[in-house]
Design a protein around this ligand. Structure first.
Ligand code: DX5
Ligand code: ZN
Length: 218
């Protein structure tokens, strides 16, 4: 079954614990945590302190998406704060094997993210080492942006490599996911759908999650 990972970037930060509780009860599978440094992306969000604070509020895996330069410096801190999955951007990780190893050394699931303009081929050398590929379907930095259609062929491509090589990593997509774009991604091979504004802009989060799940069945 396709998993839903609400992105707390669009939640009310003044009551984060309650927001997380709401989506957990509403059927979320992961909690997606967007870490931005104002350098790799224009926006600044949160750090390990916030991950540590939300850790006890949920049983769901914390899926920590690092949009930061030099991620190696912070992996241990995010792991200790309670991350279950850490994804790092290919664009800022010149020594990708080492970075992946640093994540795994912390007994955390390791993922690699690519931006819309980054070719999927750059993932080939590490596919057998990772637990997750995250394909950005918008340029990272903000919630509420429009889905970039031509990223779908990369989902299909990565899913094909996974099959050919007999691998088991999850494919996650992030950006502009709502009922109308979810099915495109899951049909192409995505297993985890991140959704921020589509879920947190609705009063009824359970309904918002169910709307996405229902669209997958159409
Ligand atoms: C974008 C973040 C996303 C963001 C998605 O830079 O990585 O996780 O919260 O937001 P929506 O679902 O609103 O596009
Ligand atoms: Zn994200």
């Amino acid at each position: 079954m396709t998993k839903i990972a609400p992105s707390i970037l669009s939640a009310d930060f003044a009551k984060l614990g309650k927001e997380i509780n709401d989506v957990e009860l509403g059927g979320a599978d992961y909690i997606h945590v967007d870490v931005m440094d104002g350098r790799f992306v224009p926006n600044i969000t949160l750090g390990p302190l916030v991950v540590e604070a939300i850790r006890p509020t949920t049983k769901l895996p914390l899926d920590v998406h690092l949009m930061i330069e030099d991620p190696d410096r912070y992996i241990e801190e995010f792991a200790k704060a309670g991350a279950d999955i850490i994804t790092v951007h290919q664009e800022v990780s010149p020594h990708l094997h080492r970075t992946i190893q640093l994540i795994k050394d912390q007994q955390v699931r390791a993922g690699v993210v690519i931006n819309p303009a980054t070719p999927a081929e750059l993932l080939l050398p590490v596919l057998s080492d990772i637990d997750m590929v995250l394909i950005m379907t918008v340029n990272p930095g903000f919630g509420g942006q429009s889905f970039i259609e031509n990223t779908v062929k990369k989902i299909r491509q990565v899913a094909q490599w996974r099959k050919e090589q007999g691998l088991e990593f999850e494919i996650e997509v992030d950006g502009g996911i709502k009922a109308s774009t979810a099915k495109l991604c899951s049909d192409a091979g995505a297993d985890v759908l991140v959704a921020g504004s589509a879920i947190f802009s609705q009063q009824n989060r359970r309904q918002a999650i169910e709307d996405i799940k229902a669209a997958l069945k159409e």
